[in-house]
Design a protein around this ligand. Structure first.
Ligand code: FA5
Length: 365
């Protein structure tokens, strides 16, 4: 027998092409059982290999295609049978490829669906809920008490002119009281307010007398940060102006506020002090909410906690804000919330309040 395909028996050539196909196709033959073990990418590789196999064994340049062309060498009476044989083999091989391809295609589709499947029974990821900052909680508590006492809440501006921050509060240029209240200035000469007392002037100008307001807000000073100082902190201002207001009203109001805040047994005391915008002036303390006045770490064993400044509104301040001091009098007070918050929650450093460390803040949830 010669090796030249042109000389070989056509039937033998077709048979050889079929056998070559069968040999290579063997790994696809048992596919239906194995396909479950294939990964998605293995199944995709196998599908590509199958296309390749088809081209090599049944394509135009395949041995099988070449064997078909040898029909001319078959004797006339055997030609029909040869043609039938070729067709039968071709149909058989094509069918085998199609079945393997269907199995792989189904497997690939199932694997892709599985990959994209969403398990609706899995528990969802809960978004972390925020909560109020401790300073805000305390501010709201103070606001609630004063609203209950008939006070309105006044909003103030944080950027002020020299007039509102100093002049109108009876602190003229070169007055020594400017120095502890020194603040930050814009290039246009405006000042970040160094106390909420600025709102006294705006409120009287806007509302006139009589009035009762509290003004919570952010203030700024050129203070070096330490455990009890920040260059930015919060104050609450109170102002009551009416006919016949006296120091007794001031004391009664502050004492009532502190009783509502820290309990019915809370005592208040006033110490003489000086503020340019009040006369007379006093600082006020309250009996320690922790030990009740016997002395502890929080009140530094004094039994008292200092809270803020107060006094009767200076006639110059009333006058400059358009209120007649011959008709009206008033009291004002101001307290810092940051230090109060630190005391209430046992913090030994007020700077913690503005470091924005979530581990610290979430304790106040
Ligand atoms: C005042 O600011 C006056 N405006 C209070 C006042 C109002 C007096 C109305 C009379 C009439 P003083 O400078 O003492 O006062 O500040 C008040 C409070 O602010 C202090 O008791 C303290 O709690 C807080 N405070 C002052 N400086 C700082 C700071 N750097 N950091 C944190 N808190 C501060």
């Amino acid at each position: 027998m010669t090796n030249d395909p042109g000389q070989q028996d056509p039937k033998a050539l077709v048979e050889a092409a079929r056998q070559a196909f069968e040999q290579e196709f063997e790994r696809f033959a048992s596919l239906s059982d194995q396909s479950a073990n294939l990964t998605l990418s293995q199944a995709e590789d196998e599908q590509r290999a199958l296309v390749d196999l088809r081209t090599r064994h049944l394509g135009k340049k395949s041995a099988f295609a070449a064997s078909k062309k040898t029909i001319g060498r078959v004797s006339a009476d055997e030609r029909a049978a040869f043609g039938q044989l070729v067709q039968q083999i071709e149909a058989d091989l094509t069918g085998k490829i199609a079945r393997a391809d269907t199995i792989l295609a189904n497997h690939i589709e199932a694997a892709r669906t599985e990959r994209q499947r969403i398990d609706v029974t899995l528990p969802g990821r809960r978004p972390r809920r925020g909560h109020l900052h401790p300073i805000t909680m305390l501010r709201e508590q103070i606001e609630d008490i004063f609203v209950g006492l008939g006070y309105a809440i006044e909003d103030g501006r944080e950027i002020e002119t020299d007039f509102y921050n100093f002049e109108a509060l009876n602190i003229p240029d070169n007055h020594p009281a400017r120095s502890p209240q020194d603040t930050f200035y814009t290039t246009a000469g405006q000042a970040l307010r160094s106390q909420t007392s600025t709102v006294q002037i705006h409120a009287m100008q806007r509302r006139g007398a009589p009035l009762r307001i509290i003004a919570p807000g952010r203030v700024f000073r050129r203070d070096t940060p330490d455990p009890t100082h920040n260059p930015m902190f919060f104050q609450v201002e109170g102002l009551c102006v009416d006919r016949g207001i006296t120091m007794a009203h001031l004391k009664g109001t502050v004492a009532e506020f502190l009783r509502r805040m820290f309990g019915a047994d809370t005592k208040t005391r006033f110490r003489p002090s000086y503020f340019p915008f009040t006369e007379p002036s006093a600082e006020f303390d309250f009996s320690c909410f922790k030990c009740g006045g016997s002395g502890c770490r929080i009140c530094k064993n004094s039994g008292w906690i200092e809270l803020g400044g107060s006094g009767m509104v200076h006639p110059n301040v009333l006058r400059i804000a358009g209120v007649d001091p011959e008709v009206y009098s008033g009291f004002a007070f101001g307290l810092g919330i940051d230090r109060m918050c630190a005391l209430m929650y046992g913090l030994d450093d007020i700077r913690l309040l503005f470091e924005n460390d979530v581990r610290f803040l979430k304790q106040f949830e």
